[in-house]
Design a protein around this ligand. Structure first.
Ligand code: PMP
Ligand code: GLN
Length: 387
């Protein structure tokens, strides 16, 4: 008899399937309205899809350059200049990836070494932690305050040790829906500068801010250009989440190393989709600037309906999501049980927030997605408000 084969990496062996997949499967199984996993139920611009389809038909369909098609990297540099007055050298400072998920993985692997500490803002997007741990670094979670999801600058400063290498920040923030203010971001930038740290900014919702709030890339703040990388996603800008086209922009010295990871994670990304996204960045600005106006209306409808149903909704300034405290409903169960029961009994799927925490998670919040047609939101609210 042969011996039991060696165990795989415990970081991943110990993980379950992502909460997004679990809740979507449960929603499908029970015919629930899916306000869990964040994806729009209407696809983005036809012109982008046509540009990609033509490129797919006409070819070439061979490996594009490792860093991404020049056409897209140039369009990304123009986009950063147009919206934030940021200058990037498209040849050395922009890398195209297969989604922001790959981009974040590339950055974390490239910038962290075993024994380093990385500060995360909890609740944190679920892909950060396992990647940090898989390189032998430690994720240190600092919690947003539970009254208004404000950035806890004092706690972040207190979490810095000699081992701290970087901070990962996501603004507009998933799952909370906050868009951090200039004062909060300046406070964070000061901590990063004073402690000589690096910063990874997940900005996938950069064009999804509401009520006229600006998106402020942290790399644009004084003294941050050489120590910050920004991550974006065409999936979110153009409602094409299945395309998985993302990017990283940052100082050449860091991008040089990050691209070394990218070359061995995916090497490159489907050329036709890159051509489609380049077309969108240059020619569909009206579309992506209009999208937040549409989603803001959906947010308002969802928030109003959730309040009628008895939830205490939290501030929502951007992203696809609003969080809600269900404790006013007087139920005696945690968020995972509550979210599950809502699918089974009321036919509405959400995402429990505790899964986004490293430790000491609150268990009274769920997240609802409003990146949906008005009719989808109406259907969910009718179910939640049915007596
Ligand atoms: N970061 C955040 C905060 C997200 O919400 C998402 C969306 N799924 C991603 C990263 C990953 O983006 P992508 O789908 O481009 O990989
Ligand atoms: N980013 C999406 C969300 O937060 C889901 C991404 C995924 O399913 N991996 O809902």
């Amino acid at each position: 008899m042969s011996a039991t084969p060696p165990a795989p990496n415990p970081v991943f062996a110990g993980l379950g399937t992502t909460i997004f997949t679990v809740m979507s499967a449960l929603a499908t199984e029970h015919g629930a309205v899916n306000l869990g996993q964040g994806f729009p139920d209407e696809d983005g611009p036809t012109t982008i899809r046509e540009a990609a389809a033509k490129a797919l038909r006409d070819g070439p369909n061979q490996y594009p350059p490792m860093m991404g098609l020049p056409l897209l990297r140039q369009a990304l540099a123009r986009h950063a200049k147009r919206h934030y007055d940021l200058d990037f050298d498209w040849e050395r400072e922009v890398v195209v990836t297969s989604g922001a998920t790959e981009a974040l993985t590339d950055c974390l692997i490239a910038l962290l070494s075993p024994g380093d500490e990385a500060i995360l803002i909890d609740p944190a997007y679920d892909s950060y932690r396992p990647i940090i741990e898989s390189v032998g670094a430690k994720a240190i979670g600092v919690k947003l305050d539970e009254d208004g999801w404000r950035l806890p600058l004092g706690d972040i400063a207190a979490a810095v040790t000699k081992k701290t290498k970087l901070v990962v920040i996501n603004s507009p923030h998933n799952p909370s829906g906050r868009v951090f203010s200039r004062a909060e971001l300046e406070g964070l930038a000061a901590i990063v500068r004073e402690n000589n740290l690096l910063l990874i900014c997940d900005e996938v919702y950069e064009h999804l801010t509401f009520d006229g709030l600006p998106h402020i890339p942290l790399i644009s703040l004084p003294g941050m250009r050489e120590r910050t990388v920004r991550v974006g996603s065409a999936g979110k800008i153009f409602s094409l989440t299945g395309w998985k086209i993302g990017w990283i922009m940052g100082p050449a010295a860091l991008m040089n190393v990050i691209s070394k990871v990218h070359q061995f994670v995916t090497f490159t990304t489907a050329p036709a989709l890159q051509i489609g996204v380049a077309h969108g960045l240059d020619h569909e600005q009206d579309w992506y600037l209009e999208l937040p106006r549409q989603f803001q209306k959906r947010r308002d409808a969802l928030v109003a309906g959730l309040k009628t149903a008895g939830f205490r909704t939290m501030p929502c300034e951007g992203t696809y999501f609003v969080t809600a405290d269900f404790s006013p409903l007087g139920v005696n169960e945690d968020d995972v049980a509550f979210a599950r029961r809502m699918v089974l009994q009321q036919g509405v799927a959400s995402i429990p927030l505790s899964v986004f925490y490293g430790k000491e998670a609150p268990t009274r919040f769920v997240r609802f997605a409003f990146c949906k047609k008005q009719t989808t939101i109406d259907d969910a609210l009718a179910r939640l408000n049915a007596r």
